[in-house]
Design a protein around this ligand. Structure first.
Ligand code: SF4
Length: 289
């Protein structure tokens, strides 16, 4: 519904690769979708599944969108105007922005500066992050080795000092992620051995695998049984009890990816998201700035 009545002929590209020259560098990227709006305007659409909406400031200053604007102008040189839209699928909202020539110039300068800094840097001090567990260098990384030992650099002594609270929170969050990934890795090793042994007793701990039970009630017989027993109306029972299983729906959409063309599939996904009931609950969120 949020897509309106879109003619597929107006979709110029889906998952479009671009290579944007920036000084001596090339930025490689992919744009989710580009639509032709009119004879002089294209609209770049970026699908987002974020739980939280962006702020207006984030939308208007997004470097990603600035680069998409430049790429769209390069790919469709006839387009004098470029609309930039984040499609917030969970919320059924479009967050649209534009870029001024000054913002585009600043984005180019920023990317070139980052490129030069990366080229000129002689030292790359390790910075723990959420991808450490997949890093090929972790066995040689001193920061990762310290993190595995749970080494902390900073403890906030006064919780009225909010910057200190934030600093410790971020340090703890990084360690928790690394340690929990490590725990999963170690458990994977033990589970492999438990395929051959009923139990393992190691270093004072007993390990076993056991089955957990999960009860599922198939819709039709469940509704029919309650209907018969209580006389409740079928329609109200279905409305109350039935909900589409997200995993099953995702699996079906994955299957359909082989049968539907990409624009159709993307529209179908957007329609389903728009029809879904979304409930909100407060959630703590943190992002490096
Ligand atoms: S393990 Fe070390 S080198 Fe690898 S990503 Fe983490 S901090 Fe960087």
């Amino acid at each position: 519904r949020t897509q309106g009545t879109l003619d597929h002929h107006d979709i110029l590209a889906v998952e479009k690769e671009f290579r944007l020259p920036v000084g001596p560098f090339t930025v490689l990227g992919y744009i989710d979708r580009v639509d032709r709006v009119d004879d002089e305007t294209v609209e770049v659409l970026d699908y987002k599944t974020n739980r939280l909406l962006f702020t207006r400031d984030e939308v208007d200053s997004s470097l990603q969108m600035s680069l998409y604007h430049l790429a769209a102008r390069q790919l469709w040189p006839w387009a004098k105007k470029v609309k930039l839209t984040f499609l917030m699928l969970r919320h059924g909202l479009r967050m649209t922005t534009e870029r001024s020539p000054e913002q585009l110039e600043a984005a180019m300068r920023y990317v070139e500066t980052v490129g030069r800094m990366t080229e000129e840097a002689t030292e790359f001090p390790p910075r723990l992050n959420s991808n450490c567990v997949w890093c090929d260098h972790r066995s040689k990384c001193p920061a990762y080795a310290e993190a595995l030992k749970g080494k902390r650099d900073f403890v906030c002594e006064n919780t009225d000092d909010l910057p200190a609270v934030a600093r410790e929170r971020e340090e703890v969050a990084r360690l928790v992620k690394i340690l929990s990934d490590r725990k999963a890795e170690l458990e994977g090793v033990l589970k492999t051995h438990l395929q051959e042994h009923d139990e393992l007793v190691l270093a004072g701990t007993r390990y076993r695998m056991f089955n957990t039970a999960k009860t599922e009630y198939p819709l039709e017989p469940t509704v029919e049984t309650i209907e018969k027993a209580t006389g409740m109306e079928r329609a109200s029972l279905v409305a109350r009890l039935a909900a589409v299983d997200k995993k099953a729906l995702d699996a079906l959409l994955k299957e359909l990816a082989g049968r539907l063309d990409k624009p159709k599939l993307m529209l179908l996904k957007a329609e389903l998201e728009a029809a879904a009931t979304i409930s909100y609950s407060p959630r703590f969120w943190a992002k490096a700035v």
